[in-house]
Design a protein around this ligand. Structure first.
Ligand SMILES: NC(=O)c1ccc[n+]([C@@H]2O[C@H](COP(=O)([O-])OP(=O)(O)OC[C@H]3O[C@@H](n4cnc5c(N)ncnc54)[C@H](O)[C@@H]3O)[C@@H](O)[C@H]2O)c1
Length: 457
């Protein structure tokens, strides 16, 4: 039987449990976001258990290995909370949940091959909670979901066994996660968080819990669906604006205008918020978040044409990168078929190890269909096999076997490369999709250069 001690509907009870460190926390889904979340709760002194279906991950954590090497600061926190036994992890949800007062869900919310959001992990876990959640517990969904998902789906799934009734003996709310991979500790300790509850009492209780752990500004929303709407609005704003500058950059290229110069000057205007063009938008958030809002719109018969158009542009950018390299090969009077092309960077964003929905995959696929031999160098994947290609171990001595290089991800390591390194290539052709190479410098070094959105030099 459960040893639950806290009534999660009672603010005084919750505060007492927090201050006496009696509150027991379970984080379900301890991936990129869930693990740092669980470690933060454990660091605040609360007994925290992480649950995940990935047995390898749990085995690795239980053997003391911290899996997120690209999250500065958390390796030390991990060592400390494991040593003082504040954090444990398991694959056994039935053992973990009934003993906890607070259940955080940091489960994946990906999309399928038709860009339809997939909430199956949340539905599966909600269904389990219906059988095993202790009465008077609080469930907080941190995953990114569509507005209305809590009210329309989660509540009825968790209630379905008949043991639990919302606002009577179980409570739910949201605190959408908005940290950036690679900077999670910084973001958890600096960025404001949104809080929404099934009622305002629960919103206040969630605020007091997060305040105990994170001490950042907590913005109370009128309900769960508004909090989730804000989360999606902020990310989709970025997806659309990247599409806007990417499309502009295609025109500036033709006009001989350097988009970098345009943006550097434009951002001096107080109300211009700069976004940068590139080879596409990937990752676990932006593309999916746009499709989440489009899914909501379709469901309720609305039209979100700007988001739709933005997605089309961002998804076309890999094709433009290939157009740039074809044009460069034309200038070099060599054929692209049979050539050796080096992809610098496969992560969807700089300085993280993450290839979810990365534009590099599409670029590689198109180039392989053109009969090229693809080589990859990315310091975060050195010696791994990615997209069926073994990633080079290091960058030294690569260039002499290469005809053309495409910078896909602006990892800091690539910004430090001397332009003369690229001269070692056989052709040499250099395509910069992230605006990190000075076009004139490339030209002075007799490199055939194409910069996405950089005009003709
Ligand atoms: N990664 C980001 O940059 C980021 C930023 C903000 C918000 N988010 C959101 O946070 C949520 C989690 O994302 P993430 O990047 O941490 O995902 P992730 O894939 O890194 O982690 C999810 C974890 O859940 C586990 N899991 C899947 N099904 C499970 C189940 N039935 N029971 C237990 N564990 C299960 C997986 O094994 C995995 O370890 C998503 O909704 C995402 O949109 C992610």
């Amino acid at each position: 039987m459960s040893n639950l001690k806290t009534n999660m509907n009672n603010l005084e009870d919750v505060l007492e449990s927090l201050n006496s460190k009696k509150l027991k926390v379970c984080v379900i889904g301890i991936g990129r976001i869930g693990l740092p979340t669980a470690l933060s709760f454990a660091k605040s002194g609360l007994d925290t258990i992480g649950v995940d279906i990935n047995k390898n991950l749990i085995d690795s954590i239980n053997s003391g290995k911290f899996p997120l090497k690209d999250e500065p600061g958390y390796d030390e926190i991990f060592d400390n909370v494991i040593k003082n036994k504040k954090f444990t992890s398991t694959t056994n949800i039935e053992d973990a949940v009934p003993n906890c007062d607070l259940i955080l869900l940091s489960l994946p919310t990906p999309m399928d091959e038709n860009n339809i959001p997939d909430y199956s992990a949340l539905r599966i876990v909600a269904s389990k909670l219906s059988d095993i959640l202790s009465p008077n517990s609080l469930v907080i969904v941190e995953s990114t979901i569509e507005p209305g998902f809590i009210e329309d789906e989660m509540v009825s799934i968790i209630s379905k066994s008949g043991r639990l009734e919302i606002e009577k003996n179980f409570f739910i709310g949201v605190c959408p996660e908005n940290a950036n991979p690679g900077e999670i500790l910084h973001d958890f300790t600096n960025l404001p968080r949104l809080v929404g509850g099934i009622n305002s009492n629960i919103a206040k209780i969630i605020k007091s819990i997060y305040n105990f752990v994170f001490s950042v500004e907590l913005v109370e929303m009128p309900n769960c669906k508004t909090a989730n709407a804000v989360k999606l609005t902020t990310n989709v704003f970025r997806d659309i604006n990247i599409a806007f500058v990417s499309e502009l950059s295609l025109m500036f290229e033709k006009l001989g205008i350097d988009t970098n110069k345009v943006l550097e000057a434009a951002k001096k205007k107080y109300n211009f918020q700069v976004h940068y063009p590139g080879s596409g938008v990937g990752g676990p958030c932006l593309p999916i978040n746009s499709y989440q809002l489009l899914n909501t719109a379709r469901r309720i018969g609305c039209n979100l044409s700007i988001i739709e158009a933005g997605r089309k542009i961002n998804e076309k950018m890999p094709e433009h990168v290939v157009e740039l390299i074809l044009d460069a090969f034309k200038e070099s009077k060599k054929t692209i078929e049979g050539s050796h092309i080096l992809i610098l960077g496969i992560s969807y964003k700089p300085n993280v190890k993450d290839i979810q929905l990365t534009p590099a995959e599409e670029i590689i696929k198109i180039l392989q269909n053109l009969g090229t031999n693809i080589h990859i160098y990315d310091p975060y994947f050195a010696s791994n096999e990615v997209f069926g290609i073994t990633v080079e171990k290091n960058i030294e001595n690569i260039f002499s076997n290469i005809d053309a290089t495409i910078i896909v991800t602006a990892h800091d390591e690539f910004k430090k490369l001397k332009i003369s390194s690229f001269k070692e290539m056989k052709n040499p052709i250099l395509i910069d999709t992230r605006g990190i190479i000075e076009p004139l410098e490339a030209k002075q070094n007799e490199i055939i250069f194409r910069g996405l959105g950089r005009g003709d030099f």
